[in-house]
Ligand binder design. Structure first.
Ligand code: UD1
Ligand code: CA
Length: 452
């Protein structure tokens, strides 16, 4: 059942800042958390609201950010902020793309990956005119402070640099996430000045201005863990730890066995079915789905692949993008599979590379088999039928096809198609020289004795 589109929400993701503390040529929001660019987390949170529009404000590294966002979310639009004059100025750049929209706008940061869907839903559904997401900080540091009245209404936000000592003593801090009706945003973002300690146009001045004009401003609070922003490599590493810790706990709660949870690494979009078993030291890159009752043994690396129910993978296997394993497939140690479909019951136990191939049901692939799929210029396909038997150490020089029930002899180099039920041998005929080994060793020993 398709979700009904919520026409009343738009999301603006601020991602123009330099992130100078990352000391990086890569724009900050493209650094990865959970195997995907950080901005993917904000985009995923946005999608949970089923928004009518999603706008990413790009500036530093805009070209790279634009390209990445286009790949991550076809619906998202880009607003350019060529000079970073502050968060208020950043939102102003998104306003032209909000023309004709009069619902609620939610502003997120591209470098703040953990705002939960529940928190966003609370902001989206709140009845005040402007709502700020706040948190009680263990160490309020340099966060903006939320000044509230006795009823908890928000009076204004004061940036740390502009705050006096009494205001700095407030522990309720601004996460940076804000929700406001589009019309209100248009009106008050237009009124922002930059007469402050940073000389920036602060988005955080909007609630105070709105309140002074008779609108209602409110605070929704969340756990501090949700508001973690990434400004340095240390915080990036911390974010990764937080992400993995959560995903491990979620996997266990979903009925998945993790033999050694602390050693399993998930991607943002990893999907695993109930009763799957994941061994120690397994790493999931983006785009992996594992069906229920599949087993991934120790030390496997999986990316862009699908593992069906009852299949076993590893230990020490690598599944690359486009690997699709059917039900009860067995992939054993030191096997690499790329862009290949293995139908139900296929066995590929040891030391094998399958690339750009299709393998039919129940076929057995012997140890050391290689699909030679690349000729140095182009990739070619290998087609293997069902119930076939590929002898150990077969080189399948693609393009090539092996028919149903066919057999290749061990050590064969297969360059021509093999019809169904045929035996193909592509190797030198064996020669046996009686006694020659003994005579050879004797001669070598004598030569060694002479040398001293
Ligand atoms: C901001 C808030 C502060 C809050 C803190 C939470 C303001 C004025 N202050 O401060 O109250 O406690 O976040 O982390 O909003 N950005 C742009 N364009 C710009 C400036 C910023 O896109 O011109 C983006 C940045 O890339 C970043 C986000 O906005 O993702 C926040 O900017 P940042 O400079 O980190 O704001 P803080 O000073 O941390
Ligand atoms: Ca920041």
């Amino acid at each position: 059942m398709a979700d009904q589109e919520n026409r009343d929400i738009a999301v603006v993701i601020l991602a123009a800042g330099q992130g100078s503390r990352m000391l990086s040529d890569l724009p900050k929001v493209l650094h990865k958390v959970g195997a995907v660019p950080m901005v993917s987390h904000a985009l995923a949170a946005a999608r949970s609201l089923n928004p009518a529009r999603t706008i990413v404000v790009a500036g530093h590294g805009a070209e790279a950010v634009t390209k990445a966002v286009a790949k991550l979310d076809a619906e998202a639009q880009i607003a350019l902020q060529t000079e970073q004059l502050g968060t208020g100025h950043a939102v102003a750049q998104a306003l032209p793309l909000l023309e004709g929209f009069d619902g609620r706008v939610i502003v997120l940061y591209g470098d703040t990956p953990f705002i939960s869907e529940d928190t966003l839903a609370a902001l989206a559904g709140h009845d005040a005119d402007v709502i700020v997401l706040g948190f009680e900080a263990a160490d309020p540091g340099r966060y903006g402070r939320l000044v509230t009245d006795a009823e908890g209404n928000l009076l204004r936000i004061v940036e740390f640099k502009d705050a006096d000592d009494a205001t700095r003593a407030i522990r309720l801090c601004n996460s940076g996430v804000m929700a406001a009706d589009a019309a209100l945003l248009r009106q008050f973002v237009g009124q922002l000045g930059n007469d402050n300690a940073s000389g920036e146009y602060y988005l955080t001045d909007v609630p105070g201005l709105a309140r002074d004009a008779g609108h209602r401003a409110a605070v929704v609070t969340c756990d501090e863990a949700e508001t973690l922003g990434v400004n340095s490599r240390t915080e990036l590493a911390k974010a990764e730890t937080i992400f993995q810790t959560r995903r491990r706990a979620e996997a266990l709660a979903d009925g998945i066995t993790l033999t050694a949870p602390d050693t399993v690494f998930f991607a943002l979009d990893t999907r695993i079915g109930r009763d799957a078993i994941i061994g120690p030291n397994v790493v999931f890159g983006p785009g992996v789905t594992i069906e229920s009752e599949a087993e991934v043994l120790a030390f496997c690396h999986l990316e862009g692949c699908h593992v069906s129910s009852g299949a076993t993978v590893g230990p020490f296997a690598r599944l690359r993008p486009g690997a699709e394993l059917g039900g009860d497939v067995h992939v054993g140690n030191f096997v690499e599979i790329k862009n290949s479909v293995l139908d139900e019951g296929v066995k590929v136990g040891h030391l094998t590379y399958l690339g750009d191939a299709h393998v039919g049901e129940r076929t057995n692939i012997g140890a050391g088999t290689v699909t030679c799929n690349y000729d140095g210029v182009m990739k070619h396909r290998t087609e293997i039928g069902r119930d076939a038997f590929i002898g150990s150490d077969t080189m399948l020089v693609a393009p090539v096809s092996i028919g149903d029930g066919a057999l290749t002899g061990s050590g064969s180099v297969i360059t021509q198609d093999v019809p169904a039920e045929a035996l193909a041998l592509g190797r030198a005929r064996q020669v046996v020289k009686p006694g020659l080994a003994a005579r050879l060793f004797q001669a070598l020993r004598e030569a060694k004795a002479k040398k001293g």
